[in-house]
Design a protein around this ligand. Structure first.
Ligand code: AMP
Length: 398
């Protein structure tokens, strides 16, 4: 039996079909309809074989989910039938502190959380609806990006705002990217050959969305994202933390509306906003190398914010045993890593220049003689979701 994992992005749906031990994917891939109409494609990466790309008609999350399920249930495609489906859900709110088996009540509660994560939850809800209709006979498990933060200490959870907002309105830090951070925390312990129990980790997940999390004894103790996935580090199109006074000023004196501010902060800021070039880190790097001054500035701000988060989260932990870089930028850009870690020798952090440029994840890039281990890890969110799906569906069968 196999486990299908569905991971909805803004105009993509990633998937993986895992073996019954949730150890390895027989086939992974994605459906992507981000480009102009008519250019949608499905990418299939069967284990140990060459990648296949086929044009497809998918144009939204529902049609993409149906296409994936049809493809994964074609005769000969997978060695066994689908026994359970795992879904990545960005926001679990206060209702979901751990993964759950989806029933109509759970599905309704997840849909109601869309307001808190308008960029992410609605897509996952569309996928959940399509998949539970197409594969109605198997258990569906919802795995939340917020669950890893269920044990954040109160001092990280509560904002220094009127306490009633926390108590009565539920304004609090949730934290995001938890599936990736949890995977990396476990993988780092494995690679370092030490139990999670006495490890202090700072994990930087730097992709289109970016967050850094402090982990002690395998438990998240603070993180840069907050009530929404807009806080903290600079991202592709999101600003990250900015002075809230700026927003008030724009609303009160500059003709902005909540909607126009929302659009500016979520879609027109970050790397794109500063560089004017792109939200894609690689394109900004290329422009900077070509002499584009705003692109260079964008990269400088991006690295400075990561550096400052590493410092602050290390202070929260009272020291750091390992620093981890993951996701598109963290795994791939050696120039970024060198820039973010510059000046961190006081934390025992120093990169080996050759390892930093040549190593491919999963790998260690620590300079000889330095105490804080620096790792680059390939994040495996789908694998983590498969493990959770197996755990819950097996528990239900038992
Ligand atoms: P993700 O959300 O994890 O897929 O990460 C997407 C981000 O990673 C984009 O900004 C990409 O430009 C960036 N990225 C992917 N590959 C590289 C690379 N080789 N060098 C620099 N940035 C990269």
């Amino acid at each position: 039996l196999s486990i299908l994992v569905l991971n909805a992005g803004s105009s993509t749906l990633k998937f993986g079909l895992f073996d019954s031990d949730a150890r390895d994917a027989y086939v992974a891939g994605s459906v992507d309809w981000d480009g102009p109409a008519g250019t949608a494609e499905i990418v299939l990466r069967p284990k140990g074989q060459v990648e296949e790309r086929q044009p497809c008609a998918a144009n939204d999350h529902q049609s993409a989910a149906n296409l994936i399920i049809r493809t994964m249930t074609e005769p000969g495609r997978a060695p066994s039938s689908i026994a359970a489906v795992g879904h990545r859900i960005v926001h679990g709110g206060s209702a979901f502190r751990e993964s759950v088996i989806v029933d109509p009540g759970v599905a309704k509660a997840i849909a109601e959380l869309s307001e808190l994560a308008p960029l992410h939850n609605p897509q996952a809800v569309a996928v959940l609806e399509a998949a539970t209709a197409a594969l109605a006979e198997v258990p569906h498990v919802a795995v939340f990006d917020t669950s890893f933060y269920a044990q954040l200490p109160q001092a990280s959870v509560v904002y220094p705002l009127p306490y009633e907002w926390y108590r009565d309105r539920g304004i609090r830090k949730f934290g995001f990217h938890g599936i990736s951070h949890a995977y990396c925390a476990g993988r780092a312990a494995e690679l370092l050959g030490r139990p999670s129990k006495d490890l202090r980790l700072v994990i930087c997940h730097l992709g289109n969305g970016c967050s850094a999390t402090a982990v002690r004894d395998g438990i998240a103790v603070d993180t840069t994202m907050g009530y929404t996935p807009m806080d903290g580090l600079m991202m592709g199109t999101r600003a990250g933390a900015v002075d809230p006074g700026i927003l008030l000023h724009l609303l009160q004196h500059d003709g902005f509306t909540p909607d126009s501010l929302d659009n500016a902060l979520n879609h027109q800021s970050g790397l794109l906003g500063v560089s004017g070039v792109s939200s894609d880190f690689r394109k900004v790097e290329e422009a900077a190398q070509g002499g584009n001054e705003r692109a260079r500035l964008a990269l400088e701000i991006y690295a400075a914010r990561v550096r400052s988060a590493i410092g602050s989260l290390s202070a929260t932990l009272g020291g750091v045993d390992a620093l981890i870089f993951t996701a598109g930028v963290g795994e791939n850009s050696s120039t970024f890593r060198a820039s973010a870690c510059a000046g961190l020798r006081f934390l025992g952090i120093q990169l080996d220049p050759r390892r930093n440029t040549e190593a491919r994840p999963d790998a260690e890039i620590t300079a000889e003689g330095f105490t804080t281990r620096v790792l680059i890890l390939h994040t495996r969110e789908e694998l983590m979701i498969a493990r959770e799906t197996l755990r819950l569906s097996a528990a239900r069968r038992a």
